[in-house]
Every structure is written in C-alpha cells, then in structure tokens.
Design a protein around this ligand. Structure first.
Ligand code: SF4
Length: 327
C-alpha cells in the first residue's frame, strides 16, 4: 500500500464452487483470481473489460458485497484503516457509510412506489444519520441540488423522469451519506450517448467538489478514455494491463488492450477497417486456459503462450502489463 492509496487490493480472489450438473463435473469458477491494484485517493480509476471478465465481482468484493476467498482489500481514510474482509459489525456499518455503489440500470434501481425525496432519504434513515425529518430534508435538498436535480421534483415518483434524470437520482442517493469511495458499475451504459456525457461530467465535478475516489467500471474503453486518471484492463478474472489513462491510450502494451482500443470507432477515414477483431468468446472462468489466459484469442500468440503464465511486470513508471512480449 502506498501513501497515496485509498483502496489497496492484494492478491484478491473470489472463487465459487459449482455443483455437479447432468452433463459435467463440479468445479470452481474463478471470477476474480489473485488481483492486485492500488486506487489512489481522489482518483477516477477505470476498470475495463468484456462482459464475463470479473470486473463487477471485483467491484463488489471491494465493497464487501461478494465473498472474498483469498487475499484482501485494505481501505485507508484518515484515522480509519480497515481490512475489508474482516470487519467487526460496528466497522462494517461505518464502511457501508464510507463506500457506495451507483447501479447500472436507472430504471430498475429506483422503487416506483417511493417519491424522489424518500428514495434519496432512505440511506440516511436506515443508517440513522439524521435525527429529525427537517434535518433529513435539508440534507436531501443539498445533495439533490449538487446533482443538478430540480428541487420541485422531489415530490414526484421515478416514472415521471427520463433515464438521465433517474441516474441523477441514483447518484444523489449514493452520495447522501457523504461516502468517500464510490463504485460506479456501468453507470452510463444504459443511457443515450448525449446523456452519457452529461452524467460523466456530473460525476467528474462531484469527484472534485466532494473529494471522492471513484472506481468506474465499464465495458467501453471509449467512455473511460476521457474520464479516468488510471485504467486497469481485466480479462478472465485477472488484470492484464494497468497504467495512467493517457499512457495506456497512447502506448498500449497488451494485445487485449490493443484489440479493445482498435474497436473504438474512429472519425478518421484512414483508420476505418483497421479494427483488430477479437475472435471467439471469452472462455469460461470455470475452465481457465493454461499459460496466458488470453492465448486462445490472442492474434500474436506463440508456442510458449499456451504453457507459460506471463509475469506481471512494470514496463515504464506506473505502466504494468502481463504479456511475454510487452517490450
Ligand atoms: Fe498474447 Fe502470448 Fe502476450 Fe498472452 S503472452 S497476450 S498469448 S502474446
């Protein structure tokens, strides 16, 4: 853990046992497998990968919402230093207040029977953080204004709002307890492109305003490109590349990152048709390929890739990758 770290993940694993099925034997699903990373305080840290890469499970394990099978998560904030997998009841309650999740689907995340005021106020009331209704109302109005919600809308129900407005309500609800660490899991994926930019700008300004550290999970590298300070690329339960955002986009070292980057649509006619298409599906985390996990789809794989696990190496300052040929 470095001095600047807010959250430190050390060889973290989340494995699930699966029972015997009619056609197959039981086994172990390695959703997250010995992942290590440092999330600097006050940063916007991107976690990118295809569906099935384990990024949502990693985010939830950091929030103590998925069972940790090995390794650990450390959370440091002022005089608080938590080993997240081994929290006492009182510390877990405090950790729940300090960390929050913004859900992916703004349509499913909000109860249709509650007013916007009650939706935003609920975490305060459940955690007993305010003493009177007037105090709760004041806090709700304050955070709603910060999330650029019209205060007259607090009496309405969620069905009256568009996707972008609903996501603002979800964000206000996540922020009402004044957390310092937020996991935003595909928080703009369900929105139109123009609304995505609006919500991303809101998250960035809230980050600065409220001094929050963000873990921003997305399957879309183009979304992460303009938002994040650091990016970690995840494939089949493990991190394959990690670097400051600009460095990663200008000088990717792992073939998987290169393939994801080349798939971003370009306005330059010379770039069209150059996308490096990834062949095949991501393998099952219950049947990990030996050697480099990416070798079954890697366009530049060589013989040793199917037998030797590539080492996780620092290539240039703060730029890490796990590929035999990163140099
Ligand atoms: Fe591809 Fe081999 Fe590098 Fe893995 S180690 S990414 S298979 S070149």
């Amino acid at each position: 853990m470095t001095e600047r770290s807010h959250v430190s993940v050390d060889r973290l694993s989340v494995h699930y046992g699966i029972g015997k099925s009619l056609f197959g034997r039981g086994g172990v699903v390695k959703a997250v497998d010995e992942v290590s990373l440092e999330i600097p305080r006050g940063s916007f840290f991107g976690l990118v990968g295809e569906s099935g890469s384990g990024k949502t499970t990693l985010g939830r394990a950091i929030l103590n919402a998925a069972p940790i099978s090995g390794g650990g998560v450390r959370y440091v904030d002022g005089d608080v230093d938590y080993d997240v997998g081994n929290l006492s009841k009182a510390d877990l309650k405090d950790y729940r207040k300090r960390t929050q999740l913004i859900f992916q689907d703004p349509y499913a995340a909000l109860s249709p029977r509650m007013t916007v005021r009650d939706i935003i106020a609920e975490p305060l009331e459940v955690m007993g953080l305010t003493k009177t209704r007037a105090e709760t109302d004041e806090r709700v109005r304050e955070i709603a204004a910060k999330c650029r919600l019209n205060l007259e809308h607090l009496r309405r129900f969620p069905h009256a709002f568009s996707g972008g407005q609903r996501q603002r309500i979800s964000i206000a609800r996540a922020l009402v307890c004044e957390p310092k660490f937020l996991v935003a899991d595909e928080s703009v994926a369900a929105l139109d492109v123009s609304i995505q930019a609006d919500i991303l700008n809101l998250l960035k300004s809230l980050q600065k305003d409220l001094d929050i550290t963000f873990l921003f999970i997305s399957h879309d590298l183009s979304v992460v490109a303009h938002t994040c300070d650091y990016v970690a690329v995840m494939y089949l339960g493990t991190i394959v590349e990690m670097a400051p955002s600009r460095e990663l986009f200008e000088s990717p070292r792992h073939p998987y990152t290169k393939a994801l980057l080349s798939a971003i649509p370009s306005l330059d006619p010379d770039d069209r048709g150059k996308a490096q298409k990834l062949e095949g599906e991501i393998p099952s985390p219950a049947a990990m390929p030996p050697g480099c996990r990416f070798h079954t789809r890697c366009p530049v794989a060589e013989g040793r890739c199917s037998t030797d696990v590539p080492e996780w190496r620092e290539l240039t300052r703060s730029h890490f990758a796990a590929c035999h040929f990163s140099e």
